[in-house]
Design a protein around this ligand. Structure first.
Ligand code: ADP
Length: 763
């Protein structure tokens, strides 16, 4: 059976389909590809719990796009609104029926008739005449006026029926009357010719998808949309939906135990950084991430950290003063106070002394060699006086490397016997240059380390004075040395002045890829975001993007309210880059990207700081130049909250590093659905695989370039921007796919645990 309604506009299709279903008490199979139908119908019968999505203006698709689901849901597989479809599908999976399987079924066909332009894609074998385009245009023009009137009538009927039944149309008789009254010019006859992807419409309950839609709408209504002229910029104000208090309870709450290890160790990290209380770069993230992961696996953890004056103590749970003692420095014993607490669920011990160390509004920026030598000794001293001996002391970077020397040459000869030392190098570029006297300060004999097989920087041999490297000393003295990705481990064995030392100690040197803290970085539970989202429902990501664009005064993608639903029209690819502005990060390529992305019709947001004031000044100047740009924004400060929002807003995350031990931003970006564009080096090579690389097609998750020139960057960036515009559906799939990749700490923690077990003293 076929219902023909000449419905090219205004929703007659669906309205008629509904009425027909009641009239004939039969499944109605409905096909339509015109958004206008859906729009009007949405207005007409939304309250009747008919939820529609639609494809905006894609009229001649190679495949049918509309599906009607049982329980009275019509929906589409529209590429233009995948997030919404995903949202709906979450609640009521879309069942698709192939055209061929419907051939034999009784079909009430409603909708556009045979389209000659679809010839070859549609089976017209039982159709006598396929109208030409001219015929179709003539027919449609002639029908137009009549349709407008008929739609008005249908609207009236639907409203009447709705009024009678409070949202459910149960009265088939009135529907029957309505149909016979308002479709008297229509012919009804059998057909199986139109491609259909359908389920029957039945007059069931209100679909839950409606509640979900209502939930989204209420969330949207609660958003306080920002603007560039706001007195308090949006990243500094609290979001409505989920307060930061909620977040801190999530992130610092009890850690759920998973995969508890059979032989738990007691591991103490000694570090200069820990996120979020004292974070400058990836080191802080790594310490917190690995700490949480090892806690989850059942290990006893403690992180020892300087009590920097700049630490926001609000972020520390249960902060309590603990034991006091004295620690040696420059010939005398300085009083030390310690404070215990928890950061992001991980037990911490903060070390404070009364002198100038660790004062000021920044983590670094004083005589670091002296301060961290003091701190390293104070940590060992605390173990000595309390008798609290861990299995593993895990030290990080050059800052704490002297601890390995202090341990083996001093404290191991006192009462500390049990601990073994693991050194993780996060960046080989910083090697802790120091002089003999600086080592003397903490009570060691500095001259004893000034040999080629200990800590001397061999490049300075013969200079006056010769210099030492704390990092080299750490490599020599630790039981195991790791760096943060396998590729970087290989690279450092082949280049750089420390390669000789690493080669000599190769048997204890390995690369373990960093993870990211998937609790702290979780778009589905991120209190910094105006709307949370996940891989199944990307609508929140669109909202975040719109929010950031508006807040920064960029041209915003359309989020157009229409009736009770929102949908998205115009889209501009947004590239983000969140980084320290140092040569390592490929500053010259970032500079190039700023202008070239704008020229290619994309948007670019840089969030970064430069430790070198000249670089900072240069970028500040550039930032002024783009102050009124609708596509470029350079934000030259540090903001954790803004970083979260930018990852959520970004379509692409750019990481053009010259070298990158591991890199977190590409992994965080993927977690938030931003596709990485990276240079193939270090950890970037271990985590990002080019989508066009046929050798590893299934792993493809981003765009990769080699070389260091602007052209090489463009080769990847251009592909990304082109695919964004031209392969919308593919891009959405890729977005959802990279969000699901597992970059959590669990796998890396497992490797660390194997390492710990291999060196700890068995009990
Ligand atoms: P690195 O440790 O070399 O700086 P990584 O990629 O390993 O680089 O880690 C960088 C971390 O610092 C990421 O978590 C990133 O989001 C964060 N970050 C860098 N710059 C800023 C900034 N200006 N504001 C907020 N977060 C930043």
């Amino acid at each position: 059976m076929r219902v023909e309604t000449e419905n090219e506009r205004y929703g007659a299709t669906y309205a008629t389909a509904l009425l027909a279903s009641r009239r004939f008490d039969t499944p109605v199979h409905c096909a339509d590809r015109f958004c206008s139908n859906a729009l009007v119908l949405e207005e007409i019968i939304h309250d009747m719990a008919l939820v529609l999505s639609w494809e905006n203006g894609i009229q001649h698709s190679s495949r049918p796009r509309v599906a009607c689901h049982e329980d009275f849901i019509l929906r589409t597989s529209f590429s233009s609104l995948p997030s919404r479809v995903n949202l709906l599908n979450q609640h009521r999976p879309l069942k698709r029926v192939s055209t061929s399987s419907l051939k034999s079924s009784r079909i009430v066909h409603v909708g556009a008739t045979n389209r000659p332009e679809s010839a070859g894609r549609t089976d017209y074998s039982n159709v006598e005449h396929v109208e030409t385009t001219e015929e179709k245009i003539a027919r449609l023009l002639a029908a137009n006026e009549r349709l407008l009137a008929r739609i008005a009538e249908l609207e009236k009927v639907v409203n009447e029926v709705r009024a009678e039944n409070l949202g459910y149309v149960k009265d088939f008789n009135s529907a029957e009357q309505a149909i016979s009254k308002h479709t008297k010019n229509s012919s009804l006859f059998e057909t199986t010719t139109h491609p259909v992807m359908v389920e029957n419409i039945s007059l069931g309950n209100f679909p839950p998808a409606t509640q979900e839609a209502a939930h989204i709408l209420s969330q949207l209504a609660a958003i306080n949309w920002p603007s560039q002229s706001d007195e308090v910029p949006f990243w500094k104000r609290k979001q409505n939906s989920n307060s930061h208090e909620v977040n801190s309870s999530v992130t610092s709450g009890p850690v759920v135990k998973i995969n508890a290890d059979r032989t738990p160790s007691y591991i103490v990290h000694v570090t200069a950084e820990m996120a979020p209380v004292a974070k400058v770069g990836g080191l802080g993230d790594v310490v917190t991430g690995i700490g949480r992961a090892c806690l989850e696996r059942g290990h006893k953890m403690l992180v020892m950290l300087p009590f920097y004056e700049c630490i926001d103590t609000q972020q520390i749970e249960d902060l309590t003063e603990a034991e006091s003692f004295s620690s040696f420095h420059r010939g005398s014993w300085l009083p030390v106070k310690t404070f215990s607490g928890k950061v992001a669920g991980v037990p911490v011990l903060l070390i404070r002394t009364d002198n100038s160390f660790f004062k000021g509004d920044r983590v670094y920026g004083y005589d670091e060699v002296e301060a961290y030598a003091f701190f390293s000794r104070a940590c060992l001293e605390r173990m000595q006086v309390t008798g609290d001996q861990p299995d593993i002391i895990h030290i990080h970077e050059w800052h704490i490397s002297i601890l390995a020397m202090l341990y083996w040459d001093m404290y191991h000869h006192l009462s500390l016997k049990k601990p073994r030392i693991v050194l993780t190098i996060h960046n080989m570029e910083h090697y802790g240059e120091c002089r003999v006297e600086q080592i003397d300060m903490c009570g060691l004999d500095g001259s004893a380390y000034s040999t080629i097989d200990r800590a001397v920087d061999e490049r300075t041999i013969g200079h006056n004075p010769e210099r030492l490297s704390l990092l080299k000393g750490g490599i020599v003295y630790s039981n195991a040395v790791t760096t943060v990705s396998p590729t970087y481990a290989n690279e450092t064995l082949c280049s750089g002045w420390l390669a000789n030392t690493l080669l000599k100690h190769r048997s204890k040197y390995s690369g373990i890829l960093n993870g990211i803290d998937t609790t702290l970085w979780d778009p589905s539970n991120d209190p910094s975001l105006p709307m949370q989202y996940n891989a199944q429902n990307l609508f929140g990501k669109l909202v975040c993007k719109h929010y950031v664009q508006r807040g920064l005064g960029l041209d915003a993608d359309d989020l157009v309210p229409d009736g009770s639903l929102l949908f998205k029209r115009k889209q501009t690819p947004l590239v983000i880059c969140i980084t320290r502005l140092v040569a390592q990060k490929g500053i010259h390529l970032i500079r190039h990207a700023i202008s070239s992305i704008g020229e290619r019709g994309g948007q670019f947001i840089l969030l970064g700081t430069a430790p070198d004031p000249r670089v900072q000044a240069e970028f500040e100047q550039m930032s002024q130049k783009f102050r009124d740009s609708k596509n470029i924004r350079l934000l030259l400060f540090y903001s954790e909250d803004l970083a979260h929002m930018l990852y959520a807003a970004g379509d692409i995350v750019l990481v053009p590093s010259m070298f990158e031990p591991c890199g977190l931003t590409q992994m965080i970006g993927m977690r938030y659905g931003a596709i990485p564009v990276v240079r193939r080096t270090g950890g970037l090579a271990d985590t990002v695989f080019d989508v066009d690389d046929k050798r590893q097609e299934s792993k493809g998750n981003g765009f990769v370039f080699d070389g260091i020139t602007e052209e090489s960057l463009d080769s990847a960036l251009n592909r990304a921007l082109t695919y964004y515009h031209e392969r919308r559906e593919w891009w959405q799939d890729l977005t959802a796919r990279v969000m699901k990749l597992d970059h959590s700490w669990n796998k890396s923690a497992e490797e660390y645990v194997v390492l710990y077990n291999s060196i700890r003293i068995s009990q």
